[in-house]
Design a protein around this ligand. Structure first.
Ligand code: CP
Length: 305
């Protein structure tokens, strides 16, 4: 694996190996992560968009593996002076950085860069605009596996701003390949894609109908920063029709779990009672971010094909 840019690029064997390694690291991160192979290897975090969970967990993952980490922010670096992404990456490669973790607002920016000519380091997509967020899909799959064992036959409802969600897009790429059978997309029509994605079984505005029989519900925030011409329902209407509260969660299976990639907008797409309730796996998702990203780094550095 030369780069980690999308789930689509990965073979079934590579996905299974990444998940297996994520499980191992999640059980014993310090022991298994203490591989001397990665001491002296260097990661640069380049976050051109805001992040808490992804940036910090990539950094912690690298440190647990014994790697050195440098953080490059858009402000305070030569990006501010107009340096382009390729030149920034080549500069980091010349300094000795092995892997660049990049979050960027431009969809497909890393795939395009690699297609033109590979930079002198390995790349990880940490979220590119409204396109993809593959490491989030990996950790979400690991959390679902930990909750249910196998993903075969699961019904997952993804609700909220599907149109602008790279998390939903990567979940749709990965989860059906792992056996998730029925992925239902829910939201107001302004926040749904123009056409139902190939891997979704249903796209609807009717949350109450879609949640029936669900094993898992993934809530998404409204991505106001990507909405150019908003004609959204007001907050009260949004909460009532597309928010997840205790009453609505009772329409799902009794053992339904609740996911949210964060950041959470409490009182909008999810109530406090659900976010903090016994069915919520939101904290487990954050925690799984570290072993999942350790698995990505260790795989990248042992195999650069
Ligand atoms: N899930 C996620 O991408 O969160 P951050 O924006 O905080 O990294």
């Amino acid at each position: 694996m030369r780069n980690f840019l999308s789930c689509k690029q990965l073979s079934d064997t590579q996905i299974e190996a990444l998940l297996q390694r994520t499980r191992e690291y999640s059980l014993s991160p310090m022991v298994l992560g203490g591989s001397s192979l990665l001491v002296g290897r260097m990661v640069a975090n380049l976050f051109y968009e805001a992040s808490t969970r992804t940036r910090v967990s990539f950094e912690v993952a690298a440190r647990r593996l014994g790697m050195d980490v440098v953080n490059v922010s858009a402000s305070n670096s030569s990006i501010e002076k107009g340096e382009n992404l390729r030149d920034t990456l080549e500069t980091l490669a010349a300094i000795g950085v092995d892997i660049a973790v990049v979050r960027h607002s431009q969809p497909g920016v890393l795939e395009q860069l690699v297609a033109e000519s590979a930079p002198g380091l390995q790349l990880v997509n940490a979220g590119d605009g409204d396109n993809l967020h593959p490491s989030q899909a990996l950790l979400d799959a690991a959390v679902l596996q930990s909750a249910f064992g196998k993903l075969d036959g699961l019904r997952l409802v993804i609700a909220g701003d599907i149109r602008h969600s790279r998390v939903a897009a990567s979940a749709l790429e990965l989860l059906p390949r792992l056996g998730v059978e029925d992925i239902r997309l829910v939201g107001p029509k302004q926040l749904l894609p123009d056409a139902q994605p190939e891997n979704a079984s249903l796209m609807t505005e009717d949350f109450d109908a879609a949640i029936a029989g669900a094993n898992a519900v993934m809530m998404l925030r409204i991505q106001h920063e990507r909405i150019t011409a908003p004609k959204l329902p007001d907050i009260l209407q949004y909460q009532q029709r597309w928010g997840l509260n205790t009453e609505r969660l009772q329409l799902a299976n009794a053992d339904c779990v609740v996911l949210h990639p964060g950041p959470v907008n409490r009182g909008v797409e999810i109530s406090d009672a659900v976010a903090d309730g016994s069915q919520s796996l939101i904290r487990q998702q954050v925690a799984m971010g570290v072993p999942a990203r350790m698995a990505i780094f260790s795989t990248l550095l042992e195999n650069t094909d």
